[in-house]
Design a protein around this ligand. Structure first.
Ligand SMILES: Nc1ncnc2c1ncn2[C@@H]1O[C@H](COP(=O)(O)OP(=O)(O)OP(=O)(O)O)[C@@H](O)[C@H]1O
Ligand SMILES: [Mg+2]
Length: 230
């Protein structure tokens, strides 16, 4: 199975080589776990190190805020955009039904092979009808598969609720699921990542610690995390 390196140190090891090519990986976790940082690193390293082109669709944070935060890790998305290797999609919330057409044409235009959608749960802010929302998530998955992209789709877990996603459908359209935890152990909070599933492949079954610092995300594939969900 051909793999695409995420560029997140240690994550590729626990995925046994990276995300399978053309797969959609769901990055899920509660607020502040680091979902956007994982995705920015996947995008930046993909373009700079692995020579992929990429498209980032954000339904939540404005592009400028993501670009500014990315700078604190030394990732310059503005210059990547200027060089034509990267595009942020600025969509119109009043014409949300057009967003996937825009995504498709942007992917074709810049010949992107990496895509981030951050977050598919936030689509629910715009689409109130749940059946319609499920149809859109499913549609997104079909487009990404058709265009042969390798993608990270962000999903949110509401703190204190069971399940892997907000609407309960996100994990079923995704080929792989990566769960991020930020949990209290006595007086400190710890970060841990778990590979929940990878269709058609083996992967680490353990919970691994990770850190976020000025260099971005580092996962420790040889260490095990112990967290107690509160
Ligand atoms: N430059 C940085 N240096 C160190 N830590 C950082 C830096 N930027 C962000 N962080 C840490 O990473 C955390 C997660 O940020 P991120 O925005 O990636 O999370 P998220 O899961 O996308 O959150 P949300 O649910 O709000 O979208 C921050 O709360 C902060 O603790
Ligand atoms: Mg985020």
């Amino acid at each position: 199975m051909e793999r695409v390196k995420t560029g997140v140190a240690g994550l590729d090891e626990i995925l046994h080589g990276g995300i399978p090519k053309h797969h959609q990986a769901l990055i899920t976790g509660t607020s502040g776990t680091g979902k956007t940082t994982f995705c920015c690193q996947f995008m930046h390293e993909g373009i700079k190190r692995y020579n992929d082109n990429g498209v980032y669709l954000s339904f939540e944070e404005p592009a400028d805020s993501i670009t500014e935060n990315a700078k604190t890790f030394g990732w310059d998305f503005k210059s990547l955009e200027k060089s034509g290797k990267f595009s942020f999609i600025r969509y119109d919330p009043y014409h949300i039904e057009d967003v996937f057409d825009i995504l498709e044409s942007t992917i074709r235009q810049i010949k992107a092979t990496r895509v981030v959608v951050d977050s598919i749960s936030a689509l629910g802010l715009h689409i109130k009808d749940e059946a319609e929302l499920r149809r859109m998530i499913f549609n997104l998955s079909i487009i990404l598969r058709k265009l042969k992209c390798t993608s990270m789709l962000v999903s949110e877990i509401v703190h204190g609720t069971p399940g892997l996603s907000r609407y309960g459908v996100e994990e079923f359209v995704a080929d792989s699921v990566v769960v991020l935890y930020y949990e209290r152990l006595q007086s400190t909070f710890s970060r841990a990542v778990q590979i929940w599933k990878v269709r058609g492949s083996d992967h680490s079954q353990k919970l691994h610690p990770y850190k976020i610092d000025q260099t971005g995300v580092t996962v420790y594939p040889k260490e095990e995390a112990f967290i107690k969900r509160t």
